[in-house]
Design a binder for this molecule. Structure first.
Ligand code: AHG
Ligand code: MN
Ligand code: MN
Length: 335
């Protein structure tokens, strides 16, 4: 029989393995899990309390903002701005850095997050989620956080994770070593360890990409996708939900590859990327790599990218090591 462990106990046990730890990160993550429970409860009743729909605004990345985006954004700020663990925050929904109000102490960590990923699908009851990433600050303790505290590569994260509000609510988390999954028991309101030490399969049988963009890809990407669905590749299935969180979660558990390559639709020379480095690609890359997978832009490991601005975007190929290796071979003209 497996031990019953809730996320609090797991975090305390992890902290005990690091005698130098102050307990600050543990308590920051506890606060976050409460925010996730509040968001989960709201997502579950969205249809009942008229939280579906857009509010008619665009966010910092130019996407339509939904009522649940706003609820998730406000919940995280209201939960995290006064705990004394953070020096600032950055969100996909806010153009600028989110400061900690004057009256609250400034902590030693920085939180970057996508409050609700996949929200364009929410009216159809498709799984959505929250992605988060925590860095240690670089600026002096006790002062207001600055942009450089946020603009750090994902390789240097001290923790990252996501919560998927799906058929059940699940938290997937790494504080640097293993990647572990917790399922929310709604009866008692606790995240219970359900998927200890998640390891991505070495190869999968699923590819995941928005093929509606195929006319706007570089030819090498098209050649890979043609190959991966051909009999020569051995029968890959196509799955694309359109919520990165759900597509990457499936990839982590079942293996395979998730792609969001650059498209050349509006800018035929430089093209455009969709997924945001700080809030989407970076934390998911960190988790997948910790679970034994690979995450690359096609030329650089995503966790090595040095962000230069808050809402920077990058190309994404994430998944099982053998599948990403096949993709890279096509991208570099070796196949
Ligand atoms: P968000 O809802 O946070 O704006 O993110 C949407 C992202 C991501 O979740 C998903 O993988 C991607 O957009 C889907 O894009 P396409 O609709 O272009 O396929
Ligand atoms: Mn998103
Ligand atoms: Mn979002």
């Amino acid at each position: 029989m497996r031990k019953l462990v809730n996320v609090q106990r797991y975090l305390l046990d992890t902290e005990r393995q690091h005698p130098e730890a102050s307990g600050d990160l543990t308590s920051l993550l506890w606060d976050l899990t409460l925010a996730f429970k509040l968001i989960s409860a709201e997502v579950n009743k969205a249809g009942l309390v008229e939280l579906y729909g857009e509010i008619g605004d665009e966010n910092a990345s130019g996407d339509q903002v939904t009522k649940l985006d706003m609820f998730a954004q406000d919940t995280i700020v209201r939960m995290m701005d006064h705990g004394g663990h953070l020096c600032c925050m950055a969100s996909e929904e806010e153009r600028e850095l989110i400061a900690i109000p004057e009256r609250y102490p400034k902590g030693k960590y920085v939180l970057s997050y996508d409050p609700l990923d996949g929200s364009s699908n929410i009216d159809a009851n498709v799984s959505v989620g929250t992605i988060f990433a925590i860095h240690q600050r670089k600026s002096p303790d006790g002062t207001d956080g600055v942009l450089d505290d946020v603009l750090q590569p994902s390789r240097d994260l001290v923790a990252a994770g996501y919560v998927i509000y799906g058929s059940s609510t699940m938290l997937v988390l790494s504080t640097g070593e293993t990647v572990d999954g917790f399922t929310l028991d709604p009866g008692v309101g606790e995240f219970l360890l359900s998927h200890p030490n998640i390891r991505i399969p070495k190869r999968g049988k699923i590819y995941s990409v928005n093929e509606g963009n195929s006319h706007f890809w570089k030819p090498e990407v098209g050649r890979y996708v043609d190959w991966v669905k051909s009999p020569a590749a051995g029968g890959y299935k196509s799955r694309y939900i359109g919520s990165m969180i759900a597509d990457v979660h499936r990839t982590l558990l079942y293996g395979g590859i998730f792609l969001y390559p650059r498209t050349y639709r509006r800018d035929p020379v430089n093209g455009e990327c969709k997924l945001r480095l700080l809030y989407e690609a970076g934390p998911m890359a960190y988790l997948v790599e910790r679970a034994g997978g690979v995450a690359t832009t096609g030329t650089t490991p995503i966790i090595d990218l040095e962000p230069t601005e808050l809402h920077e975007r990058c190309e994404v190929a994430i998944g099982s090591p053998d599948d990403v290796a096949d993709y890279l071979a096509f991208i570099h003209g070796e196949r």
